[in-house]
Design a protein around this ligand. Structure first.
Ligand SMILES: Nc1ncnc2c1ncn2[C@@H]1O[C@H](COP(=O)(O)OP(=O)(O)OP(=O)(O)O)[C@@H](O)[C@H]1O
Ligand SMILES: [Mn+2]
Length: 273
């Protein structure tokens, strides 16, 4: 038994921090006792700081994939200066159930920064709006339009500039309406209109500004993974030409992708949610 403890214990030897994901109250207390007075920092990542941790990173969405969840937590901890480049951290997560069952050892590398934390926290749009858009898009990816796969493109934030760099493909059904993403009725409308060509434009505060927009951002120098088509290129381009972010559901591979500053920063499989 002690040989096994040694073997697996190597995972947490000499770490600089323990990053605890959505801990229960009792787990947090044990983690605090275990790190108290030592040189291991304790950082909590979760939807809410229910345990009252000093070092806390808010998780805007329960990333189904542990790698994404861990990446978000680490990039958030870096941004808040709870961690620094080169730190070794142990991340304790619950993957199969509600209790911690998985520990990953990760070296913090500030260079290999995916931008997923920035996407939510350092965008013009409200993080809650970005989360609401991702929720609608994930749901659309799971169910499709009347069972058929559908593609969609949402541009979020900096709407004035986005409107200037795009043009209408048809009459805007949201003209003069004051509706917001996140409202269940509006989400039904968005899913209904996703059959239409072009992009949705959403303001910083979540107001639906327009559907049916043809984006005209410049693709020059925009580098996105090979195989992605014009919808993804248009999404990436507009985020380089403005402070908006873009969320795309691909009709062909069913994945949800987010772009910021002309780059792909997040890729999710809706079926995992
Ligand atoms: N500049 C643009 N602005 C807004 N929408 C666009 C633009 N270019 C293409 N689209 C939309 O993307 C749709 C799909 O185009 P295309 O197949 O080339 O993209 P894609 O990136 O391969 O997306 P998918 O993975 O969904 O097939 C078009 O029917 C159109 O509605
Ligand atoms: Mn395509």
């Amino acid at each position: 038994m002690s040989a096994l403890k040694d073997l697996l214990g190597e995972l947490v030897t000499d770490v600089d921090a323990l990053v605890s994901f959505s801990p229960s109250g009792s787990y947090y207390e044990r983690a605090r006792d275990a790190t108290d007075g030592g040189d291991v920092d304790l950082i909590v990542v979760g939807a809410e700081n229910t345990v009252g941790a000093d070092a806390f990173v808010e998780l805007p969405l329960e990333f189904a994939e542990v790698t994404e969840r861990v990446r978000f937590g680490i990039e958030g901890a870096l941004d808040n200066e709870y961690l620094s480049d080169g730190d070794d951290v142990a991340c304790a997560t619950a993957v199969f159930d509600d209790d911690v069952d998985t520990v990953s050892r990760v070296r913090v590398d500030a260079e290999r920064h995916s931008g997923v934390y920035d996407l939510f926290v350092n965008s013009r749009a409200d993080p809650a709006v970005i989360r609401d858009v991702l929720d609608v898009v994930i749901e659309l990816g799971q169910k499709g339009q009347k069972g058929k796969p559908v593609g969609a493109l949402f541009v979020v934030g900096d709407a004035g500039k986005v409107m200037n760099k795009s043009r209408p493909l048809s009459y805007n059904p949201f003209e003069k309406s004051h509706v917001h993403v996140g409202d269940p009725i509006v989400n039904v409308m968005l899913k209904e209109f996703s059959r239409l060509d072009g992009a949705f434009v959403i303001s910083d505060s979540g107001k639906i500004v327009s559907a049916y927009r043809y984006l005209e951002g410049s693709a020059e120098g925009v580098d996105i993974p090979k195989g992605l088509g014009t919808r993804h290129m248009a999404a990436a381009s507009i985020t380089r030409d403005s402070s908006a972010i873009a969320v795309v559901l691909s009709e062909s591979d069913g994945l949800v992708r987010a772009f910021k500053g002309g780059e792909l920063v997040l890729e999710l499989d809706p079926e995992a949610y």
